[in-house]
Write a new protein. Structure first.
Ligand code: NAG
Ligand code: NAG
Ligand code: NAG
Ligand code: NAG
Ligand code: NAG
Length: 341
């Protein structure tokens, strides 16, 4: 008797043999999309990573990094070119992506793409996610991105972008997430956040952003807010609030953020709070102990003073409170002994 796994293997082999024969009748890939993808492959010098892109197979089912709309159109709606080996040199992002008009998701990287973002992508009228991450991309954030008004998620993280964040991004009124972390962006954060009613993620960490945090940033009901490792200064108290659904606030290592922490109210959803390496003053408010989901706190290297509220020592050790003006109480030495540190 034949073992069932052997039968399975035979069926599988048969399917492999028959698939190319039946491809012509069940072909889903739109000819225009296939043509555009093959042009992209050519523009990238036929990299080994795209060896599955063969005219004998259906681009919707067998081409790596490609997917199609499963509804009526069967048009290519997602292309994410990850880990593309480029020989012998880095190559620009292929402008030919604009010939895939049904794209809703376009991703480049990680990969050694170089040069600017191709301006031809403004022709992608359905694009909602643009992610160009961990590439050699340099230059400024192009103004033409503001013409892709369908965008909901924009990530240009871990590139080598410089210059200021363009205020024209305010035209992207459907934006829900903006990730520009780990570039060389400088200048102030533009006061554009009233433009994004559905904003939930802001990652601007590890740039050279400077100046004051814009007031409009206080009006957004943001879930994740990362502004750490920049050169921001002054007030950041507007970012907090007990009526917001914020899970993470990281303002660490800006050196010059300064506000009275004692006057701040916290989201009851807060899980991570990192304010280390700033000039934040006042005391640590008791209300912080009422935040039940809090798992990580770092208030070190600030100008805080007074007794650490009881309960915080179960979340964070002494290093989270170290190097302040005059904090005391567990996990630091008790307040009565503070003059004898
Ligand atoms: C990018 O270039 C670097 C240095 O030449 C190389 O180590 C890396 O593997 C390349 N990345 C890809 C995805 O080809
Ligand atoms: C990043 O861009 C700067 C100029 O803005 C340049 O000096 C530097 O070499 C670039 N770094 C990489 C890794 O391309
Ligand atoms: C915000 O989200 C709501 C609910 O998902 C949606 O109805 C509305 O159109 C969105 N607004 C914008 C400007 O995207
Ligand atoms: C923030 O969003 C949550 C859920 O999306 C909502 O319950 C809450 O009322 C919002 N808060 C503000 C201040 O808009
Ligand atoms: C807070 O942020 C600083 C600077 O980025 C980092 O060094 C530190 O590890 C963070 N603290 C915690 C508890 O993650």
């Amino acid at each position: 008797m034949m073992h069932s796994s052997t039968i399975f293997q035979i069926c599988f082999l048969l399917q492999l043999v028959l698939t190319p024969l039946s491809a012509s009748t069940t072909q889903r890939c739109h000819p225009e999309d296939q043509k555009a993808l093959l042009q992209i492959k050519k523009d990238l010098n036929n990299p080994a990573a795209l060896s599955s892109w063969q005219t004998t197979t259906d681009c919707c089912r067998h081409w790596k990094w490609v997917s199609c709309d499963r509804g009526k159109t069967h048009r290519v709606n997602s292309l994410s070119l990850e880990n593309i080996d480029m020989n012998p040199h880095p190559l620009p992002m292929p402008a030919s992506v604009s010939a895939l008009p049904y794209l809703t998701i376009l991703g480049f990287g990680p990969g050694n793409f170089t040069g600017p973002i191709p301006s031809s992508i403004v022709n992608l009228k359905s694009l909602h996610t643009l992610q160009i991450t961990s590439t050699l991309l340099s230059g400024t954030i192009p103004e033409f991105l503001s013409q892709i008004t369908t965008l909901t998620d924009l990530s240009l993280s871990f590139n080598n972008l410089s210059g200021e964040i363009p205020a024209s991004l305010s035209r992207l009124s459907h934006l829900q997430s903006l990730d520009l972390q780990s570039n060389s962006l400088s200048g102030p954060i533009p006061d554009i956040f009233d433009s994004f009613p559905n904003f939930t993620f802001v990652y601007l960490s590890s740039n050279q952003l400077s100046g004051k945090i814009p007031k409009s940033m206080g009006n957004i009901n943001v879930t994740y807010l990362y502004l750490d490792n920049n050169k921001l200064e002054g007030d950041a108290s507007m970012l907090f609030g007990s009526k917001k659904d914020t899970w993470t606030i990281n303002l660490a290592n800006n050196k010059k953020l300064a506000f009275d922490l004692g006057k701040v109210e916290f989201s009851y959803e807060l899980q991570i709070l990192n304010l280390s390496h700033n000039e934040i003053y006042g005391n640590i408010p008791e209300v912080l102990t009422a935040v039940r989901d809090l798992v990580s706190v770092d208030l070190s290297y600030n100008n805080l003073c007074g007794k650490i509220p009881t309960g915080l020592s179960s979340i964070a050790g002494a290093s989270a409170f170290a190097h302040n003006k005059c904090l005391c109480g567990s996990p630091l030495p008790s307040c009565s002994r503070r003059r004898s540190f």
